[in-house]
Each structure stands twice: as structure tokens, then as C-alpha cells.
Design a protein around this ligand. Structure first.
Ligand code: GRG
Length: 301
């Protein structure tokens, strides 16, 4: 297993990519409220959650895959922000009383705690729609690229992606096997990460060989990421995580960590991380992606 340190150069690159994303999200916020005459609580609720922080992993991956495929940041920026909006939407809905019923997210009261349940539901819905609009209305991209990006977004969030995974998570009453957990994680967490990496490549005009390698990379990162998430839900520190720990056990959820034990789950996460790293060899200038991938495995938040 490679054990790359997160160097100052990689830290600086990560901070820059997060900054670029957050600056553009602010611009999109102002564009979104143009033409709305009344101040709306929904707009506040949407941006309360978007601007609450978060690791911005999906936009970072989109921007970086675009870069390693020879594209510019501008080419991937609307895709990156759209992904963060959809991700934030999924967190808002995931915290609702009818789902995980969590009171804290990203170190703040969850959206429904701050704004009410109906407002949180609608803020999530509005973010999903704004995400599609953001990509579809980006006139700096060709119509063909925009169509491909919107297809990636809708497929990854739909019934064969994030929603499908969440359906299994919330409704499956049978016994969870390791394979069923892997399938659920691939849909619930992996699908949006796959879209993030694929969309970066597509925005840069990359060929199928690179798009498919990015997808395999993301599939493995998604599994490692969700397994680490499970472990942190048992061993993590609430103030560092910015959300409650023990939520899975409280909701009676079987996770990879509870099924096979924390140490074995850590080994699995390392195994999937190595598989992800192996997929990066066909990309030039992949040093940041390699360091970032290893950094995700060691995260404590
Ligand atoms: C979004 C179309 C759509 C439907 C919603 C509620 C739901 C259906 C899906 C839930 C998906 C979900 C919450 C998956 C968990 C993924 C995960 C590990 C989230 C945490 O991601 P981080 O750690 O969060 O990147 P931050 O806060 O850092 O951005």
C-alpha cells in the first residue's frame, strides 16, 4: 500500500480548488436570486447548507480530472458546483426526520433544524434543479458537452445511483451480506463520485479510455470513502466531524464496520484505495490525485 504524505504542494492545490469552487458557488447564488423580488427563506436555507463547509471532495475531483485530461478549470467549474449542490441536497434530505433524523451537519444545526422540515425539503429540491440549470445554461460549453454532463448528473442521482442506494438503505429489512453492502455503497456514495470524475474528463473532452479509468478509480474511492465514513461513525470525534457519531447504530443500521469489525473494515478501505491508485497511472500529472486519494483514506472528518 503506498503511503504518500500530503505535501504542502498538494495542500495548496486542494485549498485552491476548494476556493475556486466556493467563489463560483457565490456567483451562482447571486445569479439564482436575480429576478426574485421577495427575499425568500428557501434561498437562505439552500445557501445555509451549501456554505456551511464540507470537504468539497466532489468538485475537487471534477476540477482535477479535467486538469489531468488537459482541460481548464473554467471548463469544469459549472459541473463541479452542480455536483456540490446535488451532494448538499442529498445531505439535507438525508438528515430529515423521515431519513436519518440527524440534528447536526457540517458543524451546524441541520437544515430542517434551522429552517423547518418543509423548508429543508424544498431547499433540497431547489438545489437539485439549480444544479441541472447551472450545467445546462453554461454557454461556455458546447451543447453536446452540456447534454453529456446533464445525463451524467441525472443518471448518477437517479434510481440506479444515489436514490437507488438510499432506497436500499432506508427500506431493506433483510439481512445485509457484504456484497449487498458493497452494492448499496456503490450506488449511494459511489455513483456521485463516479459522476464527479467522469464529468471532469468529459468537460476536458477526454477519450473513453480515460473516462472509464476515472470511473473505475471513483468506484474504488467511493467504497473506501463510505467504509471510512462507517468507521468514523463509531470512532470519530463529533466536534471534528461536525455531525453526531453513533447515528448508524442508533438507527439500527448495519454498516461495513459493524458487519466485519473496525480493523477488517480499515484493511478493506486500504485495499480499495490501492485499487483506485492503480487506475491513476494512465493520467499524466497525477501526483495531486495520488496524494489526495491517500489523504482521503487517512481522514478523521
Ligand atoms: C440527491 C437525488 C438525491 C436524492 C437524495 C437522501 C438521499 C437521496 C441520498 C443520501 C445519500 C447520502 C447522504 C450518502 C452518503 C454519502 C456520504 C458519505 C456523505 C458524506 O459526504 P462528505 O463526507 O460530506 O463528502 P461533506 O460534508 O464533507 O461534504
Amino acid at each position: 500500500m503506498s503511503d504518500l504524505a500530503f505535501t504542502d504542494t498538494a495542500r495548496k492545490r486542494l485549498d485552491d480548488l476548494i476556493d475556486i469552487t466556493e467563489q463560483h458557488l457565490k456567483i451562482l447564488r447571486f445569479k439564482a436570486i436575480e429576478g426574485i423580488s421577495e427575499r425568500s427563506d428557501i434561498v437562505d436555507a439552500m445557501w445555509y447548507s451549501v456554505s456551511a463547509g464540507g470537504k468539497r471532495i466532489r468538485p475537487v475531483l471534477t476540477l482535477e480530472f479535467c486538469s489531468v485530461c488537459g482541460g481548464t478549470e473554467r471548463q469544469a467549474l459549472s459541473a463541479a458546483c452542480a455536483l456540490e449542490m446535488i451532494h448538499t441536497f442529498s445531505l439535507i434530505h438525508d438528515d430529515l426526520p423521515c431519513m436519518d433524523n440527524d440534528d447536526y451537519r457540517r458543524g451546524k444545526p441541520s437544515c430542517h433544524k434551522a429552517y423547518g422540515e418543509a423548508e429543508a425539503l424544498l431547499a433540497g429540491d431547489a438545489l437539485l434543479n439549480l444544479a441541472y440549470e447551472t450545467v445546462a445554461a453554461d454557454e461556455s460549453l458546447s451543447a453536446e458537452t452540456r447534454t453529456s454532463l446533464v445525463c451524467e448528473l441525472s443518471r448518477s442521482t437517479g434510481i440506479s445511483g444515489m436514490i437507488g442506494g438510499q432506497v436500499i438503505d432506508t427500506t431493506y429489512k433483510g439481512e445485509f451480506s457484504e456484497q449487498l453492502l458493497i452494492n448499496m455503497y456503490s450506488m449511494k456514495t459511489g455513483a456521485l463520485l463516479k459522476a464527479a470524475c467522469r464529468m471532469g474528463c468529459i468537460a476536458a473532452g477526454a477519450d473513453n479510455e480515460h473516462i472509464e479509468a476515472a470511473e473505475r478509480y471513483a468506484g474504488n474511492v467511493g467504497l473506501a470513502f463510505q467504509i471510512i465514513d462507517d468507521i468514523l461513525d463509531i470512532t470519530g470525534d463529533e466536534s471534528t466531524l461536525g455531525k453526531p457519531v453513533g447515528s448508524d447504530a442508533q438507527n439500527g443500521k448495519i454498516t461495513y464496520a459493524s458487519l466485519i469489525g473496525i480493523d477488517a473494515a480499515r484493511e478493506k478501505a486500504a485495499h480499495f484505495t490501492q485499487k483506485a491508485l492503480d487506475e491513476l497511472c494512465i493520467f499524466e500529472n497525477n501526483m495531486f490525485l495520488k496524494e489526495f486519494t491517500s489523504y482521503l483514506l487517512k481522514r478523521n472528518y
